[in-house]
Design a protein around this ligand. Structure first.
Ligand SMILES: *Cc1c(COP(=O)(O)O)cnc(C)c1O
Length: 409
């Protein structure tokens, strides 16, 4: 039988024995690494002697974090980077060139939307936005310059869930790469490969870091796409075969844009993986308890959490994410003023913008994250003035309920 996520995480072996037999991976905070001879360093640069050279390319602590991500997800290759945004931007740059386009979900993490709609557009790379919960809508936008389909496993704050197998079918039909941002559904609950995802990108700043300890991101290649099918990658295929995509990032975009994760960050992220399953379990149980409590409170107008049995997309959450569609929930009060008054009365739950911290965090997306968008556009994105987003932490459920109860009174 497959061992639990935590058991497996705790017992991944180092790629090389540590000279002191350290039990935990040491933090190799060194910029450069030395060679015994001029011949050796030359052999390394020719690609004949693999070794760490310079930490912007590879580093032993970061390499161990990548190895753990690979072992825990079953991915063919993993690349750790400095942030979620680096994982996303490097991935798209690694797949496309000017004149190409991608089809992307229209409800995206705000900075991903800005990256696609502004930054990458300036370099001739077009993003075509649509509702990825509707596979036919995705298919309609595809043309001969389309290279990938991009979606988020659970959108935030709408909490929409696409049928991933349907997206994978469309991607396969047109030889496109299916890319999932799985930040809200960590590898404890989501096995992206089994749904036909080719590339997974993740902001490990959120769950994996162990609770907002550090910025990080990871790119996972599931090894299930034939890189000969992508005109920008096929030349590298003769040299790198199955490793083509990660090789292109390592030798080009990742290295040349300076996206390296630091050894200290990798240390936090390694510890974060060991505690991930426990934390997700606790936050999920809290989310379920808070969800039912809020649903039954007379002052609460609406509660959205796809983990609740009567949610519209509960079935997709069950099938794709083992019933654990992240631990973010949203709820509505009668007005924006009521939301502000409620938030100001909270004594325990913090007013902050992050997600999947160990602490519970609350925000009013309408007046913060999305405030720069005109009102009509916000409504079009299903952002409403009456909605608050709660990132459920690992406190005791009774303490969180107590805080919410007194603030609603
Ligand atoms: C936070 C987040 C990102 C960006 O990650 P950073 O680590 O902050 O760069 C991308 N996608 C999703 C879904 C996120 O929640």
């Amino acid at each position: 039988m497959k061992k639990s996520f935590t058991t497996r995480s705790l017992h991944v072996r180092f790629p090389k024995d540590d000279p002191h037999r350290a039990l935990d991976m040491p933090v190799y905070e060194s910029v450069a690494f030395e060679f015994n001879s001029a011949e050796d360093i030359s052999a390394n640069f020719k690609g004949e002697l693999p070794a760490h050279v310079y930490s912007r390319s590879t580093n032993p602590t970061v390499e161990f974090f990548e190895l753990k991500m690979k072992k825990l997800t079953g991915a063919h290759q993993a690349l750790a980077v400095v942030s979620g945004m680096t994982a996303i931007s490097n991935t798209i740059m690694g797949i496309c060139k000017a004149g190409d386009n991608i089809i992307s979900g229209h409800h995206l993490f705000a900075h991903t939307y800005a990256l696609f709609d502004q930054s990458l557009r300036n370099y001739g790379l077009e993003s075509r936005f649509c509702d990825t919960t509707n596979a036919e809508a995705v298919e309609k936008l595809i043309d001969e310059n389309t290279r990938a389909i991009y979606f988020e496993t659970v959108t935030n704050p709408q909490l929409e869930i696409a049928d991933i197998k349907k997206l994978a079918e469309v991607a396969r039909k047109y030889n496109l790469i299916l890319i999932a941002d799985s930040t809200l559904t960590p590898p404890v609950v989501f096995d992206s490969k089994s749904f036909g995802v080719n590339i997974e990108v993740m902001s490990t700043t959120k769950y994996v870091s162990g609770g907002a300890t550090s910025f990080g991101g990871v790119v996972l290649d599931n090894g299930n796409y034939d890189w000969l099918l992508n005109p920008n990658l096929k030349e590298l295929h003769s040299k790198f075969g199955k490793d083509t995509f990660i090789a292109r990032l390592r030798k080009n975009y990742y290295r040349n844009t300076g996206g390296a994760m630091s050894a200290h960050t990798a240390h936090y992220q390694i510890m974060g993986l060991d505690m991930l399953e426990l934390r997700v379990e606790r936050s999920y149980n809290n989310s379920m308890e808070l969800g039912s409590f809020l649903r039954n409170h007379r002052k609460v107008k609406d509660v959205n959490y796809p983990g609740l049995k009567d949610a519209d997309n509960y079935l997709l959450a069950e099938q794709q994410f083992s019933g654990v569609p992240g631990t973010i929930l949203t709820f509505d009060l009668e007005s924006e003023e009521a939301c502000f008054a409620f938030m100001n009365k909270l004594k325990l739950i913090r007013r902050a913008t992050n997600m999947n911290d160990n602490k519970s965090l609350i925000i009013h997306p309408w007046s913060t994250i999305y405030v720069e968008f005109p009102e009509e556009q916000r409504l079009g994105m299903k952002i409403f003035p009456t909605t608050m987003r709660l990132s459920v932490g690992i406190e005791a459920a009774r303490d969180l309920i107590g805080d919410i109860e007194q603030a609603l009174a």
